[in-house]
Design a protein around this ligand. Structure first.
Ligand code: ADP
Length: 603
């Protein structure tokens, strides 16, 4: 596809997107369009009566009385038209306020809903700051687009068409001059906007988005920046991005100015043509002084609208550019979709089964898992160990269906997880993440996230079971403490226990524990270990173990290597076997063999 057609497609997509939303609000669109056109037509007829007024006064030498009557009549009609214009315009503006707010609200909600459902990979590859910017910028662009299309371009076109017809009926030559020159002007302005200004705007916008992303990235990683005293480095990084943004935006603004000057030159040409034609008509005795007043007034009305047409087309162009990224989001594929009519999963026992599963990460040369089969019995406690990158985390991501498998099936209690709704599946799986993420909300709200509407007693009970109650009540605001963005105000161990409390409250039949890699002091480790043991009771539990000391008590250990399960069994049998598991244990400086324990006891 060439660059040119891509650009055209993007513009078409944005307009189609806007009109699709208009179709949902036909009453408001009709109200705004109808009232604004009536208000504009009042403007078109104003010059007719201005001309009559001048003619009445010019003819007033003979019968001043009759002239006054005619003049007053024209004057009254002009005032009436002015009033009509004001009332209609008022209605149009009221209508557009409602129309725009409804559509902006819907667009914002839709975009958020989609983005939330985008795949884990999409989120990993996007800056949250940039996405926020794309959505809010797009919403505001919609406001500008509505004002431009409905309150500006529509009236301008009505005035041009109306004046052309009204003047053309009197002097066809004048209709032709106005029609042709307006058309030429609009086409020229449109071409300039789309092919000269828009490409520069697109580039400037992408740098504006990148600037937002750079800011958000550095700010959200502020602890790292601080730790390395890298503020100056980050300043320099932003300076580079700002420099690029400036040069791109400068080019955009300069092109805007050039295009404006060209438009004003063209307008001067149109003025010369219209007034020249009027003088020619007068010279040939085809126009009275009143006619001249009529043409001049019409010209000034047209001039006002045409001058603004340039600005409106520029605004239209700008709003299209600003909406492109938002519209692209709404057109993007949601990675993992529910099948149509997918029902809820029913888990009574909690048996998890991988049946010849093949899974291939996009962008990798080879599949991570090939024909992987595995059964985790109901209530079994399984540990996943293996070197980093061996495929432990991916296994639990597949159970949550964060990705679809390429081949084979994953079943829970005999139901293929690809056939049930994702929300029901995930509500049956409680997770304690390696680096638990908390909302910037109170501790109570964070714990209750697992079960909305949980009572304070339930929250406290869960916190007690997670060994979190004590530290929470020792905080000045207790359960009402705000935890800072992503939970930054809590220590790693505290966040971990809040996450465990959440899992207690979720009370799901399947549990995934992703053990923290960071070292905790031994007392804390015992507390967390205790809480986890308590949590596992009566649930199918899968533990991604980084510290092998924690997997000893589990029913079964699966040892992963390069996406394959190379050993399985309990700790003692695996250790005795002397394979990869034993090497991993020895690498961590752990030696749990009974043989060694006996030796230690003897010493
Ligand atoms: P572990 O949990 O054992 O450290 P993972 O399951 O996270 O291993 O990763 C297994 C392999 O898949 C690694 O080679 C890793 O680089 C790759 N991988 C993990 N996540 C993604 C992703 N989102 N996109 C592409 N490759 C990934």
């Amino acid at each position: 596809m060439t660059k040119q057609t891509k650009r055209g497609d993007a513009t078409r997509d944005v307009l189609r997107f806007t009109f699709r939303h208009w179709r949902n609000e036909p009453r408001y669109v009709a109200l705004v369009a109808g009232t604004i056109m009536m208000s504009t037509l009042a403007d078109v007829f104003m010059p007719v009566f201005a001309g009559r007024l001048v003619d009445a006064i010019a003819a007033g030498e003979g019968n001043r009385e009759a002239a006054l009557n005619a003049a007053l009549m024209a004057f009254a009609i002009m005032t009436g038209l002015g009033l009509l214009m004001i009332v209609m315009r008022h209605l149009a503006f009221y209508g557009i306020v409602e129309l725009t707010l409804r559509i902006m609200g819907r667009v914002g909600r839709d975009a958020f809903a989609r983005v939330q459902r985008f795949s884990t990979d999409w989120h990993a590859n996007s800056f949250a700051g940039s996405t926020v910017r794309k959505i809010t910028r797009g919403m505001w662009a919609l406001d500008l687009m509505h004002d431009t299309l409905l309150l500006a371009l529509l009236p301008s076109l009505t005035v041009l068409a109306g004046s052309m017809i009204v003047l053309g009926l009197r002097w066809p030559i004048m209709g032709v001059v106005i029609g042709l020159s307006s058309l030429a002007y609009i086409v020229m302005t449109g071409l300039l906007a789309m092919h000269y200004v828009a490409p520069a705007a697109r580039l400037a916008n992408s740098w504006d988005t990148r600037m937002g992303g750079t800011l958000a990235d550095a700010l959200s990683c502020n602890p790292v920046v601080k730790a390395f005293g890298a503020e100056i480095r980050e300043d320099a990084r932003l300076t580079r991005v700002v420099g690029k943004w400036q040069s791109r935006t400068r080019r955009l603004w300069q092109r805007g100015t050039n295009s404006g000057t060209t438009q004003f030159t063209a307008l001067l040409g149109i003025r010369v043509a219209i007034i020249g034609t009027a003088i020619w008509l007068w010279w040939n005795n085809r126009a009275t002084p009143g006619d001249l007043a009529y043409v001049l007034t019409t010209y000034f009305v047209i001039h006002g609208y045409l001058r603004d047409v340039g600005m409106h087309i520029n605004n239209l162009r700008r709003s299209v550019n600003d909406m492109e990224e938002l519209v692209a989001i709404t057109g993007e594929r949601i990675g993992v979709l529910d099948r149509t009519g997918a029902g809820a999963i029913h888990i009574s026992r909690g048996e998890v089964e991988f049946d010849r599963v093949t899974f291939h990460y996009a962008g990798h040369d080879t599949p991570l898992y090939t024909d992987l089969s595995l059964t985790i019995r109901a209530g079994e406690r399984v540990g996943l160990v293996g070197p980093s990158g061996s495929g432990k985390t991916t296994l639990v991501k597949l159970i949550q269906r964060l990705y679809d498998v390429n081949d084979g099936e994953i079943r829970i209690d005999g139901q293929n997880i690809a056939d049930v709704s994702q929300a029901s599946l995930r509500s049956q799986i409680a997770i304690v993440q390696q680096e638990p993420i908390l909302f910037h909300r109170t501790l109570a709200e964070n714990i209750a996230y697992a079960r909305p509407g949980a009572s304070m007693e339930e929250i406290e009970r869960a916190a007690r079971l997670a060994n979190a109650h004590e530290f929470i009540t020792s905080l000045p605001k207790g359960y009402a403490t705000l935890v800072g963005e992503r939970g930054i105000k809590l220590s790693g161990g505290e966040r971990q226990r809040v996450a465990i409390a959440r899992a207690f409250l979720a009370d799901a039949p399947i549990l995934i524990l992703d053990e923290a890699t960071s070292a905790l002091d031994s007392e804390l480790e015992v507390q967390i270990q205790q809480a986890m043991e308590r949590l596992m009771v009566g649930r199918t539990s899968i533990v991604i173990a980084h510290r092998l000391s924690t997997v000893r008590s589990l029913d079964r250990i699966l040892v992963f290597e390069k996406g394959r399960i190379v050993e399985e069994g309990n700790h003692d049998s695996l250790y005795r076997k002397g394979g990869l598991y034993r090497r991993l244990c020895e690498h961590q400086g752990l030696d749990f063999s009974d043989h060694r324990s006996r030796e230690l006891a003897a010493e």
